[in-house]
Design a protein around this ligand. Structure first.
Ligand code: CTP
Length: 402
């Protein structure tokens, strides 16, 4: 398993005595762990125990010169791939919800860009209190992940929800949040967005593609460890972390960029909406109405653009090539004939006539169409989730080729 960086933040509840067991589980799974703790936590578990199991000094203070000299708190927040707060007291949850930054644990939670997993532990009445419930809802709304609390006998003598989940369960949840790194070492080329074919100095023929689907594939592939190149038509979307981006305008530019990157790629995902036609000659100057006869219309002669997907499929060797097909009708039948015609390994078909799916929305309802004609239809999912399913299929295809 690949080593990931886990920051374990221990706060002051009796369940803190289980924190070393959690740290040990992470270390045994091959991860690098650093621990921080609040002052109250040190009443329940010794910093030396955490230092021994993690093999690293334990930080407790935000502004201790010696501790900051080792690794400063912002560097520590950046270092983490995942932050686990275990146990998290009602007080810490309230402070996290409030966005406070007056001690080390909450400051790290604010400064990090890594996902946050919280394992609450407290008295059942504190857990059920509306104040805690509101804080949990606030944090959930910000994308925080939770494990537990479990129900059972509590250290305070009460019965009910409030026990910190078992370290093994927390570790399992952490593992699923860290995600598979099953594309490590794989070079993946993704195309995204629509191309623009110039008509004159100010106009172009374009399409409604936003690029969101291709960017989601690039983002998820990078998260799973792939080396990703994103060849993109004009798009206002931010470049996903860790992705190399190549900007293009026209279909011909996209073809050049794809062919330049193709040799080094193991996988090609062609999510771009490439214009099939371009004006035969783009006017260098703006076409003005007064240059035309009074009331006359304008005819544009269009010529065919090369089919980039078909071209790379002819020469694909051991590469896995995935195409997309955005259709407004006869979706599956068209996709079946398209995959046969283009020769790719998988075609992702979607129905763009549905307003909740397809262009410029965050969700997509797709079917995977395979070369033999079999079809897997997925439920409506976010584009990131669709990208995850797509990459699962790619991983399988790569495995079959070894
Ligand atoms: N594609 C391509 N080059 C083109 C046109 C399309 O590489 N000139 C790729 C797209 O990136 C997509 C797939 O082919 O992965 C299908 O695109 P689509 O526009 O649906 O297919 P076309 O072959 O253009 O078929 P048609 O427009 O006739 O449905």
């Amino acid at each position: 398993m690949e080593q990931r960086h886990i920051l374990v933040a221990v706060t002051g509840g009796i369940a803190a005595y289980k924190a070393p067991e959690l740290v040990r589980a992470f270390v045994k799974a091959g991860h690098a762990v650093r621990c921080v703790m609040t002052r109250a936590a040190a009443e329940f578990v010794s910093p030396m125990a955490l230092q021994t199991v993690s093999g690293q000094p334990v930080r407790r203070e935000l502004f201790d010169a010696a501790e900051e000299g080792g690794i400063d708190h912002i560097a520590l927040a950046d270092w983490a791939d995942l932050v686990v707060v275990a146990p998290a007291t009602a007080h810490t949850i309230a402070r996290l919800a409030g966005g406070l930054a007056d001690e080390l644990v909450t400051t790290l939670a604010l400064a990090t860009r890594a996902p946050l997993l919280i394992a609450p532990a407290m008295n059942v009445n504190m857990w059920r209190h509306p104040a805690t419930a509101a804080n949990v809802a606030t944090l959930t709304g910000r994308g925080v992940h939770w494990v537990g609390p479990d129900a059972g006998e509590l250290a305070c003598g009460w019965e009910g929800e409030g026990r910190m989940s078992d370290p093994a369960r927390i570790a399992e949840r952490a593992e699923s949040l860290l995600g598979a790194r099953d594309l490590t070492g794989v070079r993946l080329l993704v195309t995204a967005g629509g191309t623009r074919e110039p008509v004159d100095a100010v106009r172009y023929l374009g399409n409604r593609s936003s690029g969101k689907m291709g960017y989601a594939v690039a983002r998820q592939a990078a998260r799973r460890g792939a080396e990703v190149v994103l060849v993109t038509g004009p798009s206002g979307l931010a470049t996903p972390d860790g992705v190399r981006r190549v900007d293009v305008g026209t279909a011909l530019e996209m073809r050049d960029a794809v062919l330049a990157e193709f040799a080094a790629a193991d996988v090609v995902v062609k999510a771009a909406a490439v214009a099939d036609f371009r004006p035969a000659a783009a006017s260098e100057l703006k076409i003005r109405k007064e240059d035309l006869a009074d009331g006359a219309g304008l005819s544009l002669e269009l010529v065919r653009n090369p089919d980039i997907l078909a071209e790379i499929c002819r020469d694909k060797g051991k590469r896995v090539v995935v195409g997309f097909a955005a259709e407004s009708h006869d979706v599956i039948a068209t996709a079946r004939s398209k995959i046969a015609r283009k020769g790719c390994d998988l075609l992702v078909a979607n129905d763009v006539s549905n307003a909740d799916s397809g262009f410029d929305v965050d969700h997509n309802t797709v079917s995977f169409v395979w070369p033999a004609g079999d079809v897997e239809s997925l439920p409506p999912l976010s584009k990131d989730e669709v990208a995850g399913h797509l990459l699962d299929r790619v991983t399988k295809l790569l495995g079959d080729r070894e």
